[in-house]
Design a protein around this ligand. Structure first.
Ligand SMILES: [Zn+2]
Length: 64
């Protein structure tokens, strides 16, 4: 199960796209991108909520 995350879906004018297995690691990559590129230090919990708000199901997310 893969997940595609577009930075622009989260309110930034940015072409960054992450695609990969639905894991905590993928969320961490998005978190790091927000921090390094946009200077916003979201917590993993906030990012999880943002992704859920986009209609993605994270029921089967793997803890990696
Ligand atoms: Zn971005």
């Amino acid at each position: 199960m893969t997940l595609k995350l577009r930075c622009q879906d989260y309110g930034f004018e940015c072409n960054f796209i992450l695609e990969g297995p639905k894991t905590i690691g993928l969320l961490e990559k998005l978190r790091k991108h927000f921090e390094e590129e946009h200077g916003i230090d979201y917590t993993t919990e906030v990012i999880t909520q943002m992704i859920l708000n986009r209609g993605h199901s994270l029921d089967s997310i793997r803890k990696e």
